[in-house]
Design a binder for this molecule. Structure first.
Ligand SMILES: Cc1cc2nc3c(=O)[nH]c(=O)nc-3n(C[C@H](O)[C@H](O)[C@H](O)COP(=O)(O)OP(=O)(O)OC[C@H]3O[C@@H](n4cnc5c(N)ncnc54)[C@H](O)[C@@H]3O)c2cc1C
Length: 301
């Protein structure tokens, strides 16, 4: 009898789990089950997983910190790869820092404060991983990650290593080319500049306070649900349309920040999808502006 190939046998460091509740990997606390979830530890093991998936014809989905996704209630088929355990950060020469994809922006900020390196303070409160932040070209308070990125190491879905320069990434507002190519970010080199510890810390504290004053951080959410339409602010359009407090199931347009949708009572992904649709329709009718989701809806349709 031919034994069915097992991914567990190929991996020494990464953890493989079967039938995992994805709610625990999503900031909105929504989502069904993952058939197989792998907490990958190294780029080499990532390549083994991708080769395995190719041979067994399994679909692959990447998750970082889960702070910009709505995961389907039906879950994710095939293999879900989570980068959260790729955690190495290193200070190299000339204020260059290398950082693996699963490091969070908070962890990187803490490292940079310690090393007195400045340039990434704007991103200190974004709850994503470095991989997710590059994929999205995350930004806040006038900065975007593209401003401090030198080079990016990735692995293609067919298992080959590929390096991108900043320019190759075609960064734009909440966009990088890997959204098209589907390459998986494994390591990022950040070019920072020398700073003063107390000044960096003061900036970070001030920006974190701004966030907690304005954002409903006491509830699960995925941050701003919609992209900023040119010439407008999504939150203001939603507020002006009188939609704060609009609720579908357990998902609600935040009363504190209209750009956020919070999970107030066991919301499902379908609750979120319906709420997004209603807000889009009402804002279009009210202001003529079409809101485009920033959040990525992933998993089985
Ligand atoms: C309270 C709150 C506040 C927020 N504030 C901001 C803000 O100020 N600015 C902002 O820009 N965003 C903000 N966000 C959104 C979110 O934090 C960012 O988009 C973040 O960069 C997503 O990173 P992540 O690791 O959580 O990605 P995930 O949600 O895990 O994934 C997002 C997308 O990136 C892909 N991806 C993740 N890792 C990789 C990788 N290694 N290689 C290839 N693809 C990958 C996933 O497949 C998915 O399509 C906020 C979210 C919350 C909950």
């Amino acid at each position: 009898m031919i034994m069915k190939k097992k991914i567990e046998d190929l991996l020494l460091k990464s953890t493989v789990k079967n039938n995992v509740e994805l709610k625990n990997y999503s900031y909105t606390k929504t989502g069904g089950m993952a058939d197989k979830l792998i907490l990958v530890k190294t780029a080499d093991e990532l390549i083994k997983i991708l080769n395995f998936a190719k041979e067994t014809n399994e679909q692959v989905t990447i998750l970082g910190n889960g702070s910009n996704v709505l995961i389907s209630d039906k879950g994710i088929r095939g293999i879900t790869i989570v980068t959260q355990e790729m955690k190495k950060i290193e200070l190299l020469e000339n204020n260059l820092v290398s950082c693996e994809a699963g490091v969070t922006l908070k962890e990187l900020t803490d490292f940079l404060i310690e090393k007195e390196l400045s340039g990434l303070e704007f991103a200190c409160g974004i709850p994503g991983s470095i991989g997710g932040a590059i994929f999205m070209n995350a930004g806040a308070y006038g900065g975007e990650v593209k401003d401090v990125v030198a080079t990016i190491e990735t692995v293609t879905l067919s298992g080959e290593k590929k390096v991108y320069s900043n320019k190759d990434m075609k960064f734009a507002y909440r966009y990088s080319v890997v959204q098209e190519t589907k390459d998986i970010i494994t390591k990022v080199y950040f070019q920072l500049k020398e700073g003063v510890k107390t000044e960096i810390l003061e900036k970070v504290t001030q920006l974190n306070k701004l966030r907690s004053d304005k954002q409903p951080l006491e509830y699960p959410s995925c941050g701003s649900v919609f992209k900023r339409p040119e010439g407008y602010f999504a939150g203001k359009l939603i507020q002006d349309a009188g939609l704060q407090g609009l609720t579908v199931g357990g998902a609600q347009v935040s009363k504190k920040h209209a750009g956020f949708m919070v999970n107030i009572n066991n919301a499902t992904c379908d609750d979120y999808k319906e709420l997004i649709k209603q807000v889009q329709e009402k804002v279009l009718a009210d202001s003529g502006v079409k809101l485009e989701p920033e959040v990525k809806i992933i998993g089985e349709e």
